[in-house]
Structures are given as structure tokens and as C-alpha cells.
Design a protein around this ligand. Structure first.
Ligand SMILES: Cc1cc2nc3c(=O)[nH]c(=O)nc-3n(C[C@H](O)[C@H](O)[C@H](O)COP(=O)(O)OP(=O)(O)OC[C@H]3O[C@@H](n4cnc5c(N)ncnc54)[C@H](O)[C@@H]3O)c2cc1C
Ligand code: SF4
Length: 471
């Protein structure tokens, strides 16, 4: 390992100023310049046995692409990444790198791992800017699609997009069926514009279209079509990537008061239906002055930061454990705090309190303490008896977790589910209990990460290509 003293610090990411950005929806992180990217890449040790790649669920060859960036050959860097990752501009923005590639980096123990995510983002952005025509595959040639093969994907989140991209690049035509009126899954309706601009998602989708992937929107699997009908239409394999978008509630009194939202509905209204531009758009949303968000993951951070941008005077995030245990990306927690969001740790909601008009006015909270810890070191929050207090609140957003999207599952009884209601699938291939039907992403694992969903889509695509005799 390199000596601490000789190590240059990580090149800082340019950001919008915290005060300015908390009142707009423009992207917070502004991206490296070419000089910054080369400087950061030059810190890489080019280890003989790199430990970064194994931390990446889609196994991007980090060492090689970083070397290309350091040498200023950004197109070569893009080609290296694109071999394994079909959505690099997205991943560079939303992956929890501190738990993945950067956690594996040999420089991590010094506190200055290579900023692999930032370099990935830079590589994809610069390539798209320079080479809009062949950004799709990183090669000049697009394969011809075969007319004797036909594959379907249900849902258009990162698992299905990766599945479709992998097969299309090998000449296998894929049709993606999406229930909503637009494509991208959580990348579109969940993660806000200021963290992942929709233009980035649309660019990646356009590349897939150019590659021959067909997208059909307003198609609800289990309602407007069934898997049996897809088979009758000649689809030889089906991938299910319908995600875990069913909001969970807390089942406490007052949850149906006016002003209590699930994070799913709140973010969908703002992101997909663009309520932040209301009345120019059709969808309104309640603009809270005193906002309380429940949860400690990315969903809670996104909801809190969105409420702030919509005009809240103050936003609290209530979490049962302490800030250290919050599962959100580290960068998102830091950004939220910089913007003035207050974390209310060690507190759990008891009930929502309303006024005479049925509107939310406060939430009653129970103070907690950390109790016994399990083998992983995660400690159980326990109530401190009698320590109950009220927090004035006119908008509450619940982001404590989600369940499997149920529509398709309910209409497909042949599909084996596990005890938690998610699809039972082979961890290596995504194969389900139904012949030539595969599944991956959140609908198998429960709510996880973009890159985990992409890894699952890729594994299933590899298996489908093999079964169809293409690999
Ligand atoms: C607000 C929020 C922020 C997040 N932030 C991050 C982050 O920063 N980093 C990170 O790595 N992960 C993050 N995640 C998690 C990540 O987005 C998910 O793990 C990932 O999107 C799962 O991908 P997927 O392909 O399984 O499904 P999804 O992205 O959920 O897409 C599923 C798609 O299937 C469609 N669908 C559902 N049912 C049907 C049906 N019956 N027929 C047709 N279509 C259907 C849905 O409309 C949706 O478009 C976040 C999640 C949320 C909600
Ligand atoms: S990113 Fe880290 S682990 Fe990977 S090659 Fe560079 S220094 Fe080594």
C-alpha cells in the first residue's frame, strides 16, 4: 500500500453552492473537467492485482479504464467501461461506490481511494459529448438484429435496460413492455433531477433504441398482456424486471390525514409528472412548510431534498437509529446536511396528529436508544419509556421501504415466490419456476441498488443468449 504522506488528496468534485442549489432542481455535482479527471486518474497505482473490480457488481475493469483516462484517451476508457456496463453515465452518478469499487480500492484504508465513480461519470459524459453517433456500443459497428429470435422484458428499470442492451448488442431483438407512460423505472420516477438529470436517462434509452431495442409504454404485465400471451406471440424468453415499487406504510394512527404521503407518490408526482413545474404541468403537489421525512435511505434523502427545493422552511429526517447507521449513499447524506436538512436521529413515529379539517399538524415521536447489536454490528433501536415529544409538521413523507410490485405476480400463479413475496430466481441466471422466464433486480432481491439490478439483468441476458445459441 502507498504511504499516506506521499498520497495526493482526491480531486474534489465541483458542486453547485449549497444555498443556491437548495432552491433549484439543477444537478448538484457538476462533474470533472478533463484536467481534473486526468489528475485523479494519475493517482491510481495500476495495481498488479487490483481489488477494485471485484467490488463492482458488473465487474467493470476499473484499472484499465482509469489508465486510459490518465493517458487522456477518453474514448478508449469508454470502450473499456461499456464492455461491462451499459449505463455508465447513470452508474457514475448513483452507485454507492464507497461500498463497492472504491471500498475495494487499495488506497481505501488511507481514506483517499481513487474516485472511480466520478471518473466513470466523466468518461461517459465526455464520450457522449464527443461521439454522439457511436456512444451506443463504443464501436462503429452496430450488429444486425436477427429475425428468427424474439425476447421480451417486462418493466423498464435498470435491470431490463441492461438485459435488453446486452442482447441487442449480440443481435437479439428485445421488446421492453413498461406499465408507465415513460421509460427508465426508478431512474426516471424516483431519483430526482438534481441528482440524475432525466436527459442522462433519456440519452441511454435513445442509444438502446438506436441499437434496435423496442419500447412499448402503457403496457401493464398481468393486465394488458400476460406471459402466456407473450409466448403465443413468439417471444422465446421473457425477463421480469418489475421492481419493488409498492410503498410500505407505518400503520400508525393519522396516516390518512391530508399531508401524509408515501415517498413513492411524492417523488413520482414531482419527477415523472413534473409537479415542480405546476401549474405549467397538470400535476400539483402539497408544498409543505414544516416537512418531516421518515427513513434513512436514498429514498428518504431524495424526498427531503425535493421538499426543500419546493419551498419548505425546514425539513427534518426522522430515523430510528443514528446518522452513522443510515443506509443512504454517504455523498447524499453529506449534501443533504450541507443544504440545511436536519437529521432527527433515534426517534420513531407514534401517530400523526391532525387539525379540525383533517390536515396534518404534527407528528408524535418516541425517543429511542440503541440496544443489543447483531453479528453484523447493527444495533436494535429500543424505545426510551415515557420520552415522547411532538414535532410540528404540515407535510410528512414516508420513505421506510417498499414491497414487490404485485400486479404481474398476482396474475401469474405459476411463478414461484419466496416468503417475502418476491420472485424466486436462480442467483446465477435469474431463471424462475417458469420455462425460459427469468427475473432480476428489485423484484427478486427486494429494494437494492441500480448496479445490483444491472448485474442481474446482465446475468440473465448471458443465460438467454446461451440458451438461444448465440453465445
Ligand atoms: C427514490 C429512490 C432513490 C434511489 N437512489 C438510488 C441510488 O442513489 N443509487 C442506487 O444504486 N440505487 C438507488 N435506488 C434504488 C434503485 O433505483 C433500484 O434498486 C433500481 O432502480 C431497481 O431496478 P429494477 O430494474 O429492478 O426496477 P425499477 O427501477 O423499479 O423499474 C421497474 C419498472 O417496472 C415497471 N413495472 C412494474 N410493474 C409492471 C408491470 N406489471 N408491467 C409492466 N411494467 C411494470 C415499473 O413501472 C418500473 O418502470 C433508489 C430508489 C429510489 C426509489
Ligand atoms: S483503483 Fe485502486 S485498487 Fe484499482 S488499480 Fe487503482 S489503486 Fe489499485
Amino acid at each position: 500500500m502507498a504511504k499516506k504522506s506521499k498520497l495526493k488528496p482526491r480531486v474534489a468534485m465541483p458542486m453547485q453552492d449549497a444555498a443556491e442549489r437548495s432552491a433549484n432542481f439543477s444537478e448538484v455535482a457538476l462533474g470533472y473537467t478533463a484536467e481534473m479527471a486526468r489528475e485523479e486518474a494519475a493517482r491510481c497505482l495500476q495495481c498488479k492485482t487490483p481489488t477494485c473490480q471485484a467490488g463492482c457488481p458488473v465487474e467493470v475493469d476499473c484499472r484499465s479504464f482509469i489508465k486510459c483516462v490518465a493517458e487522456g484517451d477518453f474514448a478508449a476508457a469508454y470502450r473499456v467501461i461499456k464492455q461491462d456496463n451499459s449505463l455508465p453515465a447513470v452508474c457514475g452518478r448513483v452507485c454507492p461506490q464507497e461500498k463497492q469499487c472504491e471500498a475495494g480500492c487499495k488506497l481505501n484504508p488511507t481514506g483517499k481511494p481513487i474516485a472511480i465513480g466520478r471518473l466513470e461519470r466523466f468518461t461517459a459524459d465526455s464520450y457522449y459529448a464527443e461521439n454522439p453517433c457511436d456512444a451506443l456500443t463504443g464501436t462503429d459497428a452496430c450488429p444486425m438484429l436477427r429475425d428468427d429470435l424474439k425476447v421480451a422484458a417486462i418493466g423498464s428499470g435498470p435491470s431490463s435496460l441492461t438485459f435488453a442492451g446486452y442482447l441487442a448488442a449480440r443481435g437479439i431483438p428485445v421488446t421492453v413492455f413498461e406499465a408507465l407512460h415513460d421509460v427508465g423505472g426508478v431512474l426516471l420516477y424516483g431519483i430526482p433531477e438534481f441528482r440524475l438529470p432525466k436527459s442522462i436517462v433519456r440519452t441511454e434509452v435513445e442509444f438502446l433504441k438506436a441499437q434496435g431495442v423496442e419500447f412499448r409504454v402503457d403496457q401493464v404485465g398481468g393486465k394488458t398482456f400476460s406471459i402466456a400471451e407473450l409466448r403465443e406471440q413468439g417471444y422465446q424468453a421473457v425477463f421480469i424486471g418489475t421492481g419493488a415499487g409498492l410503498p410500505r406504510f407505518m400503520n400508525i394512527s393519522g396516516e390518512n390525514l391530508i399531508g401524509v404521503f408515501s415517498a413513492n407518490e411524492y417523488l413520482t408526482r414531482v419527477n415523472l409528472m413534473r409537479a415542480w413545474q405546476f401549474p405549467e404541468t397538470d400535476t400539483p403537489v402539497i408544498v409543505g412548510r414544516k416537512v418531516t421525512v421518515f427513513g434513512g435511505g436514498n429514498v428518504a434523502m431524495d424526498a427531503a431534498r425535493t421538499a426543500l427545493r419546493l419551498g419548505a422552511d425546514r425539513v427534518h429526517i426522522v430515523y430510528r437509529r443514528t446518522q452513522n447507521e443510515m443506509p443512504a449513499r454517504l455523498e447524499e447524506i453529506e449534501h443533504a446536511l450541507e443544504e440545511g436538512i436536519v437529521v432527527e436521529p433515534l426517534a420513531a413515529p407514534l401517530e400523526f396528529l391532525g387539525d379540525e379539517n383533517g390536515r396534518l399538524r404534527a407528528v408524535s415521536l418516541q425517543r429511542m436508544a440503541l440496544g443489543e447489536c447483531d453479528a453484523s454490528g447493527r444495533c436494535r433501536p429500543e424505545p426510551i419509556e415515557g420520552d415522547i415529544y411532538e414535532l410540528e409538521t404540515d407535510l410528512a413523507i414516508i420513505g421506510i421501504g417498499t414491497g414487490p410490485n404485485p400486479v404481474l405476480l398476482g396474475e401469474t400463479p405459476e411463478l414461484g415466490l419466496n416468503k417475502r413475496g418476491y420472485i424466486e430466481a436462480d442467483p446465477e441466471t435469474g431463471e424462475t419456476s417458469m420455462d425460459m422466464v427469468f427475473a432480476g433486480g428489485d423484484i427478486v432481491t427486494g429494494a437494492a441498488t441500480v448496479v445490483m439490478a444491472m448485474g442481474a439483468g446482465r446475468s440473465s441476458a448471458q443465460e438467454v443468449a446461451r440458451r438461444l445459441g448465440v453465445e
